[in-house]
Write a protein that binds this ligand. Structure first.
Ligand code: G3P
Ligand code: MG
Length: 249
């Protein structure tokens, strides 16, 4: 039997890149994380209508660009006509949607690491997403600089069918950790468990961390409110503004 290698998970991850200071899920957001000394970024990935994997959170363009339309209906050349920076701040005008390939390139060049969330929005195909994303990720970065997470058991299951635990670490994403968390993790031979910190209870946190399972919490931006979670053994905080947590972990 093969043993899962260990990943030296950091205390801090930048949620959607350094999204408190840059438009989320963009090359700029990742570049700014790097400049702030945050080497791990959480990013969302999904497929455009033409099958191109891109770094994007929502099912549509509206909230984070000057455009409209569903990702599932757009081809890359259409999606890249939209400005994805100016909605956030004028100085980011001209930013374009990042493809997964562009993003992995930047992460590799900077010596960074990624927690890549397979984002399965309503009606989209989890298998097609994993099929497209996982081989690219395996090619781009070494084992210890990548983690694939998802709320979608089907996406995780398919990722696991492509790569074994010694090839790829998987994270089970949930909002609240249920009593069957061990079963959910074993089903995909997961490495880590990721939950909403606001729904985390001390007893469950201790149960997870004492089992040796890395426990990651999203999306916390208040280091004072988060202080007790470190005491419960939480491994990592995924934050829009991880710099606030410096010296408070
Ligand atoms: O990966 C944790 C977190 O990103 C999950 O929620 O909606 O921000 O992708 P969301
Ligand atoms: Mg996410």
């Amino acid at each position: 039997t093969s043993r899962t290698p260990l990943i030296d998970l950091p205390r801090l991850m930048a949620h959607r890149g350094l999204s408190a200071h840059a438009p989320e899920n963009t090359l700029s957001a990742v570049q700014l994380a790097w400049e702030a000394g945050i080497t791990w970024v959480e990013l969302d990935v999904q497929l455009l209508g033409d099958g191109t994997p891109v770094i994007w959170h929502d099912p549509g363009m509206r909230r984070c660009s000057n455009g409209r339309g569903k990702l599932s209906k757009l081809r890359l050349e259409q999606a890249r006509e939209y400005d994805v920076g100016a909605w956030y701040a004028e100085r980011f005008r001209g930013e374009r949607m990042a493809t997964l390939d562009d993003m992995l390139n930047l992460i590799d060049r900077r010596g960074m690491a990624v927690n890549l969330e397979l984002k399965v929005t309503r009606g989209r195909d989890p298998e097609a997403l994993a099929e497209s994303v996982i081989p690219r990720l395996l090619e781009a970065l070494p084992f210890e600089r990548r983690l694939v997470s998802s709320f979608s058991p089907a996406a995780l299951d398919h990722a696991r069918s492509i790569a074994t635990p010694d090839q790829l670490a998987l994270g089970v994403l949930v909002d609240k950790i249920g009593k069957n968390w061990r079963h959910d993790m074993e089903a995909v031979q997961a490495y880590s468990l990721h939950c909403d910190w606001k729904k985390l209870k001390e007893e469950r946190a201790r149960e997870v961390t004492q089992s040796g399972t890395p426990l990651l919490c999203y999306t916390a931006n208040d280091p004072v409110a988060f202080a007790k979670y470190w005491k419960w053994g939480v491994t990592t905080v995924i934050s829009d503004d991880p710099e606030r947590f410096a010296d408070k972990t």
